[in-house]
Design a protein around this ligand. Structure first.
Ligand SMILES: *[C@@H]1O[C@H](CO)[C@@H](O)[C@H](O)[C@H]1NC(C)=O
Length: 315
């Protein structure tokens, strides 16, 4: 299936050459780097909470107080429940731990934690999330309870402090301080989101996609229409195939090898495009960003990018 054929280049080269080579290429997007807008159904089929993926942005409004939860000063301190109008300090980026357990990342990129208050007060002071930064979201339509590691629930008793000390089952009354209205903005649908959300059988899902989205028949078709090159976007994890770092799923190098075979058989050239760099070069789906935070400029990511390019060049 060629959902996204895009003629990217008609290049004339070598003015002095006897017969200048004309490149007529198409882009095989959405194949080895997932972009949700091209493969909606893969995301629709995520079994649970398919709107709560990595990088999903949520707002939490106390039902009782009618105010939004906020990480004051963009994070690094306590959490309050006093905001009338939500903006960046009131927006939390989810990291999906399981289908209903999440880390909440605040706008300065620290994580919400119940650790320092021993389960009583909540702050946003952790760089590396662990148990006390894990929150179970229990949904009832747009209402939620948020359960902490030790079994208590978050509550908004007053505006000055979010606490993690509601014990027992909260119920859903308007007056209950442990009930929040959750607004969901699923901002990202990329390779990271898909792989991490299919935590049980991601291999099957990815194999099926890679074996069917582009096939030899497509190369044959392109060749018959006078196309003599394809551009194939790949992600950095391809260099570590067949065992890429989690949550990425092995098999993309095998698919690329198939493409080489089909290409040479049908006289098509391959332009490999390192489309998703380590650390994500931008906050978009197609850089396989986890949560829209881009850290590609960090030295170790640039060094790793060069390693990946070496692996690809050696192919
Ligand atoms: C969901 O909340 C409503 C009140 O808004 C309540 O009546 C209902 O029982 C709740 N449903 C579940 C499954 O708890």
């Amino acid at each position: 299936m060629l959902l996204s054929i895009l003629v990217v280049a008609t290049v004339q080269q070598g003015l002095a050459a006897a017969s200048p080579p004309n490149i007529r290429a198409v882009n095989l997007g959405g194949w080895l780097v997932i972009e949700g807008w091209m493969t909606m159904s893969l995301f629709d089929k995520i079994p649970n909470n398919n709107d709560l993926l990595d990088g999903t942005q949520i707002l939490l409004k106390s039902l009782k107080l009618g105010k939004y939860v906020s990480a004051e000063n963009s994070g690094g301190g306590k959490m309050v429940v006093n905001r009338q109008n939500p903006s960046s300090w009131e927006t939390f980026k989810l990291w999906r731990v399981s289908s209903n357990r999440f880390y909440l990342r605040v706008s300065n990129n620290m994580f919400v934690s119940a650790l320092n208050g021993g389960g009583s007060t909540v702050d946003s002071t952790k760089d590396t999330p662990k148990e006390w930064e894990t929150f179970k979201i229990v949904r009832n339509k747009s209402l939620v309870h948020i359960k902490t590691f030790n079994g208590r629930y978050l509550q908004a008793k007053d505006e000055s402090q979010l606490t993690a000390d509601y014990s027992g089952e909260p119920g859903w009354d308007n007056n209950n301080p442990a009930v929040f209205i959750m607004t969901v903005n699923t901002a990202l649908r990329g390779e990271f989101q898909l792989a991490n959300a299919y935590s049980r059988a991601p291999q099957q899902v990815f194999d099926r996609h890679r074996n069917n989205f582009i096939t030899e028949g497509d190369f044959q078709f392109l060749a018959s229409k006078g196309i003599n090159a394809v551009r194939i976007p790949v992600g950095w994890w391809i260099a570590y195939d067949p065992n890429p770092p989690k949550p990425f799923v092995g098999g993309s190098m095998k698919a690329l090898d198939n493409a080489f075979t089909w290409a040479s058989k049908h006289n098509i050239k391959v332009i490999i495009d390192l489309h998703a760099a380590p650390g994500s070069q931008n906050p978009e789906d197609h850089s396989a960003s986890r949560d829209g935070v881009s850290t590609w400029r960090q030295e170790e990511n640039i060094a790793q990018t060069l390693e990946v390019i070496d692996v690809l060049a050696s192919k």
